[in-house]
Design a protein around this ligand. Structure first.
Ligand code: G3I
Length: 403
């Protein structure tokens, strides 16, 4: 309170003095004219100009400097390999058909010496009705391959999927089922037998169950029992005595139970002199699964049986955690390392005379079955959608060239 009162008095006195100085008084000299007194405070000496602060050295940013994108120097995969280097291609009426896409044609002719039809040589396409074989699209592909120095791996003859509904719904005795299946194989394999372009077949595809390694209960198994396997390979060999005949399946390198079941099945067939030349490892894998040692161990088991190993459908997912909305350089480099590791494992473990080859399952990431099947973004293959090469291409090349 005291402070307030003193302040009020001083303010009042000051007002009075100001008013007086402005002539607000009566002119009576008894009232002293206010002369401004020098302030008690000295005029401030001008501050020396502030020394400019030194320009701060930029702090290193928290983000690491981005790695430079490693150069991709591959001109041809197939020239680096002493075994077939293949790729699955679309054909027929597909928008990305190898027959019409010059971008894909350039890639295939530079890097591959074998093709697999991604779809059009499956039963539903080539045998759409019991008495109808439809070879137009397949012939077009095989002719394209022949004209361009490519071999064809036939995919596939006996499968539970992508068969025409007439086959699924076929009604007959076991003997009729046998005749139906053998005619199917004889007709198709025979159609391509003389051309020396179709050099191998996935005769039976995916016959083993994932859960217990037993035979899958497909229409073939349900109607013919396990004998359908021997019948299929025997018919295929009879129709083409020099095509290589494979048993093809997925998850063989990542599911030990399934691998054991598949190899036991094949060994039983070999013991009965059924003609099987090798095992097709589809290898739809990820950057981290299966382990390298599981992959090597699986190849080794097949080699130990004296059978060929063919990697038939290789692709490598990178977005298993579903956290990528675009392919980062980091993921691309991890994927390339994975491709390299798989190819190195193949060359290390499989002796040259048992190498059936390595095929990737599609050309560009946009061609791949993976996004659709996984329901997420994926970039599993060796080329971008604009046909530019990915680090994965370099990974395969490095795997083919390492000592
Ligand atoms: O051609 C029709 C088109 O007319 C229609 O409009 C469209 C609508 O869905 O479907 C088209 O057919 C699709 C076909 O691919 C051709 O693009 C089928 O729906 C689709 O299911 C089919 O997927 C194929 C899948 O096998 C079928 O199981 C994939 O392209 C093919 O990459 C994939 O390949 C399999 C191997 O044969 C065996 N191993 C596993 C591998 C991956 O699943």
């Amino acid at each position: 309170m005291m402070v307030v009162r003193i302040f009020a008095s001083v303010a009042l006195a000051a007002s009075f003095l100001v008013l007086s100085a402005c002539g607000g008084g009566s002119g009576d000299n008894s009232v002293p004219v206010f002369t401004p007194q020098p302030t008690a405070e000295p005029s401030p000496t001008p501050e020396p100009a502030a020394t400019p602060a030194p320009t701060p050295t930029p702090e290193p940013t928290a983000e690491p400097t981005p790695e430079p994108t490693p150069e991709i120097t591959v001109t041809s995969l197939s020239e680096l390999a002493d075994f077939p280097i293949g790729v699955a291609v679309a054909a027929g009426g597909a928008g990305n058909s190898i027959i019409t896409s010059t971008g894909r044609q350039a890639i295939v002719s530079a890097h591959f010496d074998q093709v697999t039809a991604e779809n059009i040589m499956k039963p539903a396409y080539m045998h759409p009705a019991e008495s109808t074989y439809s070879y137009g699209q397949a012939d077009e592909l095989v002719n394209y391959a022949a004209a361009n120095g490519l071999a064809v791996h036939g995919h596939t003859l006996v499968w539970h999927s992508q068969i025409a509904s007439w086959m699924t719904n076929y009604s007959g005795t076991p003997a009729q089922w046998q005749t139906m299946m053998e005619s199917h194989i004889t007709n198709i394999v025979g159609h391509f037998a003389d051309d020396d372009v179709v050099v191998s077949w996935d005769v039976v595809n995916e016959a083993i169950s994932d859960s217990n390694g037993a035979l899958r209960e497909s229409v073939w198994y349900e109607n013919l029992g396990e004998d359908y396997l021997a019948m299929a390979y025997t018919a295929a060999r009879a129709a083409d005595d020099d095509a290589l005949l494979f048993y093809n399946d997925y998850n063989l390198s990542g599911n030990g139970t399934k691998l054991t079941g598949a190899l036991a099945m094949v060994q039983n067939l070999l013991d009965d002199d059924v003609p099987i030349d090798g095992i097709g490892f589809q290898m739809h894998v990820s950057s981290g699964w299966p382990t390298n040692s599981d992959i090597r161990g699986a190849f080794q088991r097949v080699v130990d049986m004296g059978l060929r190993v063919k990697i038939t459908e290789l692709d490598v997912t990178v977005n298993d955690n579903e956290n990528l909305t675009e392919l980062t350089l980091e993921a691309e480099i991890a994927q390339a390392a994975r491709y390299q590791q798989i190819v190195e494992a193949y060359r290390d473990v499989v002796p040259a005379h048992l190498r059936g080859g390595v095929s990737v399952w599609g050309i560009t990431d946009g061609d791949s079955w993976l996004p659709n099947f996984k329901g997420r973004d994926e970039w599993g293959l060796l080329f971008n959608d604009n046909f530019s090469p990915k680090q994965a291409l370099q990974g395969v090349a490095d795997g083919l060239s390492s000592p």
